[in-house]
Design a protein around this ligand. Structure first.
Ligand code: DGJ
Length: 379
């Protein structure tokens, strides 16, 4: 009898939300339970702070498979450690042919608050249902509340018909002369030179630039920038958004043409922009790349990867593999504290990909360094 009462209490408890979470430190690479005791399903995500609460938006990924079946999930927290599942911020639709029809792919959502309009704006990488990664579009959605529901507005490829702001007339002519039909094979030295000169930029001029892995950055003057992998993941582009964050001003530049960078993350410290990205190896980790610039428009200088020191205690955990992670966002906490947020992708079960948050340290000359920690305190 006592045993069966105990079993009933236990069974009831397993369905009950954990009211008071008591997470007191960050444990990179470990399961991170939300208020329901479930691993936080918000991958490729980003965080904003609004009225004293943090909101974490990310990909709600399925246990099995690669497509988006639910949408973008949002969690809230007061202390960045104990997170409450606030539900689906942007839901897929059931309408056949819709841009965000169930079965599309929504990746790397980033939400920003637009002071001018009072709206929360979400940009995300969108792939259309059944088209693999060929669509390479950016989706725009907006909401009056940080927890949504967000209203899908449209998807597009940025800056159709517009050349980078730093391209001279001569450079435009050279880019226009590059034709992919002249190259039988990819990756040859000549092909690479043609990419750098703008072969794919020119190819996509009419329909707009491809837009896959991405982040959104709000500068200290309030201007917003969309930074994304373009030109078949070969070149990053940084494009200025309009004052309502819902469109492009047409001002953009390329970063590291032909450098094959994905997963861009960015922060500014002492007037200098630092951009940390990954290489392109699907779900597998690789060595991060880092760039700095005094202006968002460049010139951008490449530095060695910021990952240093002892390996993390898991597969591919070496600093030369970015501790097995791929970055997703850099969260600024005040002017001099920055948290590098990343995923350890689990392609067998994307929902169970693990989160890695690590503090960014700085060398005496100001260069960022990221070292592994099994656990650490935020304050
Ligand atoms: C790496 C990207 O960074 C991820 O967001 C995702 O698009 C995978 N590639 C898909 O292979």
């Amino acid at each position: 009898m006592i045993k069966s009462i105990f079993t009933v209490i236990l069974a009831a408890a397993s369905f009950m939300p954990i009211e008071a979470q008591n997470i007191t430190e960050i444990t990179p690479g470990k399961v991170w339970a939300d208020n329901n005791g479930k691993h936080i399903n918000a991958h490729g995500g980003g965080i904003i702070e609004y009225n004293g609460t943090y909101y974490w938006y990310g990909e709600n990924r399925p246990e099995k498979g690669f497509t988006t079946e639910v949408g973008v999930e949002v969690f809230s927290s007061k202390d960045l450690m104990n997170w409450k599942d606030e539900g689906v911020a942007l839901a897929v639709t059931e309408k056949e042919g819709d841009d965000i029809e169930r079965g599309c792919i929504m990746e790397r959502p980033k939400v920003v608050y637009c002071k001018k309009t009072g709206k929360f704006v979400m940009l995300f990488h969108l792939e259309l249902k059944g088209k693999g990664y060929a669509a390479a579009r950016v989706g725009f959605a907006e909401s009056d509340s940080p927890t949504g529901p967000f209203r899908f507005v449209r998807s597009l490829r940025p800056n159709a018909g517009i050349w980078p702001k730093d391209f001279s007339k001569k450079q435009i002519k050279i880019a226009q002369a590059q034709n992919q039909n002249d190259y039988k094979d990819w990756w040859t030295p000549e092909w690479r030179v043609a990419i750098e000169k703008g072969m794919f930029l020119n190819r996509d001029m009419k329909g707009g630039q491809m837009s896959r892995d991405m982040t959104v950055y709000i500068d200290s003057d309030g201007k917003a920038y969309h930074i994304f992998s373009s030109e078949d993941n070969l070149t990053l582009q940084v494009a200025e958004l309009t004052d309502d964050f819902m469109d492009y001003t047409g001002k953009y530049v390329r970063i590291a043409p032909g450098g094959q960078n994905e997963a861009p993350t960015i922060f500014k410290r002492n007037g200098k922009y630092w951009l940390i990205a990954s290489g392109c190896t699907g779900w597998a980790p690789n060595e991060a790349r880092m760039f700095s610039a005094k202006s968002i428009w460049g010139p951008w200088t490449q530095h060695p990867s910021p990952f240093e020191g002892e390996a993390a205690p898991h597969k591919d955990g070496g600093a030369n593999k970015s501790f097995g992670t791929q970055g997703t966002y850099i969260l600024p906490l005040g002017n001099d504290k920055f948290v590098f947020m990343a995923d350890i992708w689990n392609p067998q079960s994307l929902a169970n990909s693990l989160h890695v948050w690590l503090p960014i340290d700085f060398k005496a000359d100001g260069t960022p360094v990221i070292r592994w920690k099994n656990s650490w305190k935020l304050n």
